[in-house]
Design a protein around this ligand. Sequence first.
Ligand code: FPP
Length: 242
Amino acid sequence: MDETEKSDLPEVIPTHIAIIMDGNGRWAKQRGLPRVEGHRQGAESVREIVRCAGEAGVSFLTLYAFSVENWKRPKAEVSTLMRLLARFLRDEIAELNDNNVRLQAIGRLTDLPDFVQKQLHESILATSRNTGLTLILALSYGGRVEIIEAVQSIIREVQLGHLDPAQIDERVFSAHLYTRYYPDPDLLIRTSGELRLSNFLLWQQSYTEIHVTRTLWPDFRKREFQAALNDYANRERRYGAV
Ligand code: FPP
């Protein structure tokens, strides 16, 4: 990003942005194309937004790429999404390294087909030394199942005598979530106009600012991203205080 573009950025930049990338199917339908074409264009938006987030100085970007509920979609759509994902993971390694982006993933990763798991681990390893933006892909992710797994893990620690139930507080609970290494999102962006959380980072987004745009994900590019940053910069965050 050159100096003029940098000066277009607001002073306050969120540390962590989470995005619900919605509207790929509608984008395709509006053009008389198969739904998978929307996902293909959506992958282009992912590329652009990862670049923009890094350039803006965002530290963490979490993208809701595949939910636990998405397994219920038609088999052909699921397998196209898996192939798109694996291709993205393979083809983007060089670009992620050029831009100092570290890749991570959260969710029930063992649910993913072997070829995706293998590529995912390879790409995570190949970018693990990068120190700029951390890109976190939420894959086979569900907020409720994440909370249940955290409860199970806490119970195991209590049963083993490693944890006293009286010690369980918000910090201890957060440390059992998939997101234990990351701060809570400051800003949630949702495309395509729906006003729902859709089981995304339920615990973590208690105080997150929400920006909803009617733009469909395949059309969500740099200008839209900058608009979301400007919207965030104008929010007053009080965390329940006055
Ligand atoms: C929601 O649109 C989008 C998804 C379920 C998948 C998101 C996937 C991508 C953006 C592409 C691949 C991802 C990466 C990381 C390369 P929808 O299908 O629910 O749209 P609709 O609500 O209009 O039907």
